[in-house]
Design a protein around this ligand. Sequence first.
Ligand SMILES: [Zn+2]
Length: 213
Amino acid sequence: MREYARGPSTQEDLKSRGEAIKDLVEKLLRLLGEDPRREGLRETPDRVSRMWIEELAVGYFVDPLSYVKTFEVEEYESREGLIAVTNVPTRSTCEHHLLPFFGYTHVVYVPSGRVLGFSKFARVVKVLSSKLQIQERLTEQIADFLDEVLKPKGLVVVQEMLHTCALIRGVEESMTMTTAALRGVFREQRELASLALQVINSSKLPVPKFEGF
Ligand SMILES: [Zn+2]
């Protein structure tokens, strides 16, 4: 089974993982010298545990295929036109620091009979992003998944993200990283690839910048 398409977990399994994470967070609070019983922290272990299980790490427990229903559209078969889905809000967690990185995902593809509903792109990106990731791999995984589901003639995935681990620690700079994955005709035809990048560049929203500390 593909690494990103692990099957759904049972409710029981999720519950016991949740309890264990809760204990871990409580332990972390203690190790930091805090009193986990004080007013402001009392609900924190439970809140943090639910945040990981239900949101930030949900990609470990859900198969992204369950979010996807491709629309077979015959009239696309003979067409060579591009479809662009830009500015899909994206957030993930960096596997080196467990800190968020966020920005936008842009997809351009040339369909071969299959197209995907607009909101489905957002769901697929969300599930694949909801794991510990590095941006380079995330971009490739989104491309692989869409390639597999849509079987397009070509596909471009571009991500522009701000990494909070660079912003709030280390170099403390507001740096954005751009990654791109190309498949099919976009690999073979440079002109088509630059057209796709032009489409993305002309419609993409800027990733917010923070002017430093
Ligand atoms: Zn990091």
